[in-house]
Design a protein around this ligand. Structure first.
Ligand code: HEM
Length: 171
């Protein structure tokens, strides 16, 4: 493996770890801390302080995952030539389908939920306890779903480089 490919794979894994770690932190640290707050105003401000950083971070690292993955793929395809699809076709189709779902759920978390909480604070909207409870519950569920999808994608990613007895049979 060339130095550039190795660097690409290293960045690919680091970005996956960063996304997983930050998303796990939202579920096990940020949301419980916010739920422990005395009132809706302090609850929202705890969420906003964390999500204001989480949003751009999550989008940036998911972008790095896709870009490094795509460059890895080019090398991979060149190395395997005609046997590419026969050897890793279905495995890659499954992995990229899961990766697509990780990115879709990740986009929903950042733009569909977290950004709306940050914007409500930014616009000075009066804190709404029922709305915050519903948004926080959806945020928690979406983050857990994203982590499960991420774990499955990591499994298939590892299968690409290190085929095991659980490997998806070639096409
Ligand atoms: C959330 C999404 C993703 C996750 C969690 C993920 C995870 C992984 C993991 C754990 C590996 C194994 C590294 C190893 O061999 O030790 C890997 C390798 C790889 N990934 Fe991804 N990946 C994701 C998205 C993508 C995307 C979108 C692409 C392509 C567009 C891609 C292309 C590749 C390729 C080609 C390899 C093999 C690299 C090599 O062994 O040289 N990945 N990925």
């Amino acid at each position: 493996m060339s130095a550039t490919d190795f660097l690409g794979l290293w960045l690919h894994i680091l970005a996956v770890v960063a996304y997983g770690g930050a998303t796990l932190a939202v579920v096990v640290m940020v949301i419980p801390a916010a739920n422990g707050a005395a009132d809706a105003a302090s609850r929202r401000s705890i969420l906003v302080r964390a999500l204001r950083i989480y949003d751009p971070l999550a989008i940036a690292v998911l972008g790095i995952v896709v870009m490094t993955g795509a460059s890895n793929l080019t090398t991979y395809k060149a190395a395997m030539r005609g046997a590419f699809f026969e050897r890793v076709g279905w495995l890659l189709v499954c992995k990229l389908s899961l990766a697509f779902m990780v990115i879709m759920v990740g986009t929903y978390i950042t733009f569909g939920l977290a950004h709306r909480i940050v914007r409500a604070e930014g616009l000075g909207d009066p804190p709404d306890d029922a709305w915050l409870t519903s948004m926080t519950r959806r945020l928690s569920i979406a983050c857990i779903l994203s982590l499960v999808l991420l774990a499955l994608t990591v499994w298939l990613g590892l299968e690409l480089g290190h085929p095991s007895m659980y490997a998806i049979p070639p096409a």
